[in-house]
Design a binder for this molecule. Sequence first.
Ligand SMILES: C[S@@+](CC[C@H](N)C(=O)[O-])C[C@H]1O[C@@H](n2cnc3c(N)ncnc32)[C@H](O)[C@@H]1O
Length: 265
Amino acid sequence: MHHSKDNQAKASANKPSVSDEKIFAIPLKVEDVADCYFYHTMELPGHGVIKGRDWDLRGGVDEYLGKVEFAGQRVLEIGPASGFLTFEMEKRGAEVVSVEVTAEHGWDFVPYPADRLQEVFGARRIVMQQLKNSYWFSHAAHKSRAKVYDGDVYNLPAALGQFDIAVMGSVLLHCRDPLRIVEQCGKMARALIITDMFHPDLEGVPVCRLAPTAQNFLWHTWWNFSTQFFTQFLAVMGFTISEILRHQQYHRGRPYTLFTVVGRR
Ligand SMILES: C[S@@+](CC[C@H](N)C(=O)[O-])C[C@H]1O[C@@H](n2cnc3c(N)ncnc32)[C@H](O)[C@@H]1O
């Protein structure tokens, strides 16, 4: 079959695979490590190992990312936190664009009574800025070319372009409408990687369970998922599941079992 150059140009104009550069964040200059909240334990050129407050994924990166091949892949990452996975994917040859919250489109707070939530807002604002600082501090140390789009995860702009892979690592549990995020990523990428906490008591049925109760004041987390919740939804969207992995990762020194679902068209 013969395609003229004009036709090829028209086809690519309809579906941009290259993004509009203007939408990306300008890197923050962060000079002092004391201004950072490291969510991940990071090993940074020139700074050594910086112990994270939450997760140390160094022993299980490939499992966490579903053992997917990243060389030459354009990757959309939802919620990079300190960027440990961003820079690991980049090391493996990926070109990464990450989506992070803004002041306007912030954390999906669980709607506890306003006076109770008020108590966490102030400290949260500071931590979120320090979290972003940790990303940019690490970005500079790695001389990374990864890009960040600060915006509304529920309305991702077409200007981000098309991707080979979209990664949703430990983020959907924090979002009120996780399936809307999966749906959008599914339209923008050919392969999806979803990693979340494994709950053996939910396995066997395609369900998610509301995590916050009146007592536990879990203002930052909405859901516990079964793996079938995602595999069934991915199949609905036309993805055929290539794999479900289970792996152990370390949070504040304690091991937890997580799952990774990889879906491909
Ligand atoms: C628990 S961390 C996970 C970090 C990393 N993806 C990983 O798997 O280790 C969640 C990340 O998602 C971001 N996030 C949470 N809610 C979000 C939302 N509604 N839109 C975009 N990012 C969000 C957080 O700011 C943070 O960067």
